[in-house]
Write a protein that binds this ligand. Structure first.
Ligand SMILES: Nc1ncnc2c1ncn2[C@@H]1O[C@H](COP(=O)(O)OP(=O)(O)OP(=O)(O)O)[C@@H](O)[C@H]1O
Length: 230
């Protein structure tokens, strides 16, 4: 995986209400585990959403494996899975198993292959006993695991996760952390749970739309804690 940001900026709105929330971001990301931290409103989600073209830079270019997110978003989304903060926004189908299978509806894979993949994910995320249960009745932690399973079923190369543990208690946050640690995929994780980043390769710190630190987890988190203390 290679994500490259070349003078990337993003401004929401126009005229007097215009608000620049990302400013001149220059980055080259190749590591398998990259964390993004920063104050509320510092631009983390905007950047995360840019990686699969949900938001397009208003200046500069962002590429994923050489493809520009501005013109190749559809292609990029085949390789980049996105897990949102609130799993309720991501759960689409009535039952747990159907929701996981939904991502493969256009895949032309034989039914048995889809069923096997779904079963494997149900098992892996401790949801096997809930396959036919209404997805909206799962606990918050289980919903978050379901949202992750529903993205992983498409076997993306890159997983972008935007605060996937915000709604969770410590135990479920740890479970998500363990699941993330065991993934083969490259992961970009936006989080306020700093301990999830301990074993990461690299951590980016955003502040008011700028990249202000880019370092090992220990150094970047120390920088961020100091920034928060001001
Ligand atoms: N659609 C939008 N229109 C206008 N402003 C927006 C929009 N989306 C986000 N913003 C603003 O952009 C800024 C950056 O938001 P963003 O969600 O990227 O920050 P964040 O670092 O992810 O914050 P948090 O930690 O609170 O999730 C915020 O001030 C937010 O109000």
């Amino acid at each position: 995986m290679l994500i490259e940001a070349d003078h990337v900026s993003h401004t929401y709105g126009q005229g007097p209400t215009a608000r620049t929330v990302l400013q001149d971001l220059n980055l080259r990301i190749e590591e398998r585990r990259v964390g993004i931290v920063g104050h509320n409103g510092s631009g983390k989600s905007t950047f995360a959403r840019m990686i699969n073209g949900l938001i397009v830079p208003t200046a500069g270019t962002l590429t994923v494996d050489g493809l520009s997110t501005a013109s190749k978003a559809k292609e990029i989304r085949k390789h980049v899975g996105f897990v949102f903060t609130d799993p309720d926004n991501q759960i689409i189908m009535p039952t747990v198993a159907e929701d996981i299978a939904f991502g493969l509806r256009r895949s032309k894979l034989p039914k048995e292959v889809v069923a096997r993949r779904v079963d494997a994910l149900l098992e892996r995320f401790g949801l096997a006993g809930h396959a036919d249960h209404p997805a909206h009745l799962l606990s918050g932690g289980q919903k978050q695991l379901l949202a992750l399973a529903s993205v992983l079923v498409t076997e993306p190369d890159i997983l972008v996760m935007d605060e996937p543990t915000t709604l969770l208690d410590l135990r479920n946050a740890r479970i998500i952390g363990e699941v993330v640690a065991g993934l083969d995929q490259s992961v970009l994780l936006v989080t306020h749970h700093l301990n999830l980043l301990d074993d990461f390769d690299r951590v980016l710190v955003f502040d008011e739309g700028r990249l202000v630190a880019d370092d090992s987890p220990a150094a970047a988190v120390a920088y961020y804690r100091e920034l928060m203390a001001v």
